[in-house]
Design a protein around this ligand. Sequence first.
Ligand code: AMP
Length: 459
Amino acid sequence: MTAFNTLPLKPALLASVETLGYTEMTPVQAQSLPPMLARRDVIAQAQTGSGKTAAFGLSLLQSIDVDTIRLQALVLCPTRELADQVSKALRKLAANIPNVKLLTLCGGMPLGPQLASLTHDPHIVVGTPGRVQEHLKRGSLHGGGIKVLVLDEADRMLDMGFSEAIDDIIGRIAKHHQTLLFSATYPEEIRAVSQRVQTDPVVVTVDAPAEQKPAIEQQFIEVEPAQKLDALAQLLAGERGQHALVFCNMRRDVDAVAQELDRRGYSALALHGDMEQRDRDEVLVRFANKSCNVLVATDVAARGLDIAALPLVLCYDVAHDPDTHTHRIGRTGRAGETGLAITLCTPRERPKAANIEEAGGVPLSWRTLKVAPPRGKTLQLAPMKTLVIDAGRQDKLRPGDILGALTGDAGLDAKDIGKIDVFATRAYVAIGRALASKALERLRAGRIKGRNFRVRPLG
Ligand code: AMP
């Protein structure tokens, strides 16, 4: 039986599940929810897309008591992007429980506003380990009432060096709590963490059924170093280049490649770890809402990114190790659609390609590409354009308010309006490129939620 109503969930949670349209539990949910609801520790091997967020989300929402104004559940995530995504999912699941207070606390954000919002304890905190640790140390966050601790994407948190911070956090919260550990992979280090922080955990492993595993076509192309950019540009000129992720091994190449693509008329943006958080957010928003076609990134920057499976992944350099290569190509291909992953390989990089071949156990598929120097400028415009509104959740602005302002007074059609992302102090809305200036003009002339906010185009 896999219906949610077979579980001892609060009616408010069952109602949310219904609103969200979840009719059946996913395999991870079916296996992990019963022990989690029985307050057991659980270690689950679960990928993004498995429904893991709803699994631990329902469980922790079941455990908290809204009338007790204390921090009761803490979710640690490797990146701010994931923390934002988890918070959003939890808010949806909690939609029918009045007065749940959830706070997202991540590094890279100013401390002041976070301290201001901590004058009363929230019930739930979702955050990155470093920042949560800092608040616990300062005493701006109190861990004494925590009943549930979730370690989401634990393998990535270890990769990113958060092990010590996590241990320190555990030392600062209530001794008796339930620990739910989710991880995509199950290396020895994860087992060791589980042994250290969990008590008699229930182990959940679910293999993705073969038919659900996305098909990925892989191609390797040998190029001379001097041809790399031309080859890349040529490969991006195709239809799949309308939404592609390019990986470079080095940060400085990320900038150089993105700038050169931009110069040649492609709509490309760079993403790397040195960028300010706000710039990272904007780049991701623009890529996800299709106002940028090509994202050029380092492996570290792309880690934990929540971008839907893409039609094309291009490796500008061969990854240094097979695991990194696997992560890269895993960004393409969605159920029912074959993804394409192309790796450019210079003669010097051949040994790294051989390692990948050996690790994968299947021969690499090599193809040739006749690299021609560019003929004039390619103009590959992104289909959408992003407008930024200088107001956000703090101003109680919701996506519906923006949609309302655009379709109401501004007279736009809902079909020309793309993704709307509302952050704490800023909101982004994607508009069909041809209508962007009209939308901008109308938004500036009119009001959103009865108020005048500053609106400007991005990029
Ligand atoms: P996650 O693995 O947590 O990233 O979730 C992947 C996606 O699956 C999210 O968009 C969820 O909204 C969705 N989802 C989670 N549980 C279910 C379910 N039982 N039925 C259908 N969709 C679900």
